[in-house]
Design a protein around this ligand. Structure first.
Ligand code: URA
Length: 422
């Protein structure tokens, strides 16, 4: 076998054989296929696609590049969720404690953010003392005791994906349905959860810009789950506007705490409850999560989950050294608050990183003071820009140009949950 033949086969639109897939994924993981060869293959896959059989085999090869987590019985059913990533998407933070408060256990192995969408670990690392890295024994003990763990993925879990994802990120090959589906599902299958609910985002702030593409991705992932005996469902949800009012690490933690205490923005509550419902149904728990969330009963689970990983849930969150307001230049109704524009602004303010080696600013981000549908008067604040590097503000404002629009008449906003694949 050699890499050039595999690249040429896919470049010319041919189906890869099982042997070619097994070989190329293993050889890339071992360093026997070079980054430039894998980049060319990833681009050929992005352009020419893979059929369901190829995607299934590619996923299996990525799982086999490492070890399965092999969690012991923790006395509760294991169920996880994965979002394809969006702006202000802090849902994992209230969701994991909520589902644990309802009787399941959530092993959420997460990553750091790259580009305009934030990473769950970056958000939690804004809590003083909180530690992302746990051993497998610590994960199992916390699942049995608290019922929820959000931590860094272990180095032995699908190492082929770690290498390939970093490569795709710098070669314009992230937005390939076969590559996204196999990347996400290989990690979740290797993690050993019993059930999985996928939140597939659609809109300007998401990888998938149209419902058709999002449905195609969701169907590919649900099919991979079924092939591997993992009970999988997917919701298609809107990402044309940020979720909630906060986009940025500490800002999103603060908003999640509001939700866990029974308050918070309506869309964050709605999506948290919708995903929790799917997760609980999947593992056969007949509990309505809505009153549990509203009552604040998930908040003590959050406190225990944070404290178990060295964090102080009552410590003040970092504050930015500089806050600038963006104000409405006319009166009317906010008709557009574009997720991609807000995500890029938050990223430029320091909430995200351009290279994986970069550090993020815990306090940086965007806080919306008006959301689509809200009436504003000329001069009212539309959003706050938070940063420790004021020189970044003009860049953030440039990203927001045209992204926030005030008009005379309201427009009909899309539903938050656009569809489901069960
Ligand atoms: N998230 C992943 O884990 N992998 C992808 O390819 C895209 C989003």
């Amino acid at each position: 076998m050699n890499a050039i033949d595999v690249i040429i086969a896919k470049r010319d639109g041919r189906r890869l054989t099982d042997e070619q897939i097994d070989w190329v994924v293993a050889a890339y993981t071992d360093g026997d296929v070079a980054d430039e060869q894998m980049s060319a293959l990833a681009m050929a896959i992005l352009l020419n696609g893979m059929d369901a059989g190829e995607i299934a085999r590619w996923t299996a090869a990525m799982i086999d590049s490492g070890e399965r987590l092999d969690l012991p019985d923790v006395g509760r059913p294991l169920v996880d969720k994965h979002s394809t990533g969006g702006v202000g998407d802090k849902i994992t933070l209230p969701l994991a404690p909520l589902v644990a408060a309802c009787g399941a256990a959530v092993p959420q192995l997460s990553g750091r953010g790259l580009g305009h969408t934030g990473g769950t670990l970056d958000k939690l690392e804004s809590i003083p003392g909180w530690r992302a890295t746990l051993s497998v024994d610590e994960i199992a003990a916390q699942l049995a005791d608290v019922g929820a763990v959000i931590c860094a993925t272990t180095p032995t879990l699908a190492p082929a994906d770690r290498k390939l994802y970093a490569l795709r990120d710098v070669t314009g090959t992230v937005e390939s349905i076969p590559l996204i589906a196999s990347s996400i599902m290989s990690k979740k299958i290797a993690e050993g959860t019993f059930g999985l609910v996928l939140d597939v985002k659609v809109g300007t702030g998401a990888f998938m810009k149209t419902r058709e593409r999002a449905r195609e991705l969701a169907e590919a992932m649900v099919r991979i789950g079924a092939d591997h005996g993992l009970a999988t469902r997917a919701l298609l949800t809107d990402m044309s506007t940020p979720l909630g009012c906060a986009a940025g690490n500490a800002l999103e933690v603060a908003e999640s705490v509001e939700v866990l205490r029974g308050g918070g923005p309506a869309d964050v509550v709605e999506l948290t409850v919708a995903l929790a419902r799917e997760m609980l149904e999947l593992v056969g728990l007949d509990v309505d999560p809505a009153p549990v969330l509203e009552s604040g009963a998930a908040y003590p689970v959050w406190e225990r989950m944070i404290a178990a990983q060295g964090g102080d849930p009552s410590a003040p969150l970092p504050r930015p050294s500089h806050v600038e307001e963006l104000r409405a230049d006319r009166s009317g109704v906010v008709v557009r608050c574009d997720a991609h524009a807000v995500g890029t602004a938050a990223w430029r303010l320091g909430a995200g990183r351009a290279l994986k080696e970069h550090a993020v600013q815990a306090a940086a981000g965007v806080l919306l003071r008006a959301r689509p549908g809200d009436e504003v008067r000329a001069g009212d604040p539309l959003m706050e820009l938070h940063t420790d590097t004021p020189a970044a503000v003009p860049l953030a404002l440039a990203a927001l140009a045209g992204g926030v629009v005030v008009a005379d008449e309201p427009v009909v906003a899309p539903e938050l949950v656009l569809g489901a694949i069960r």
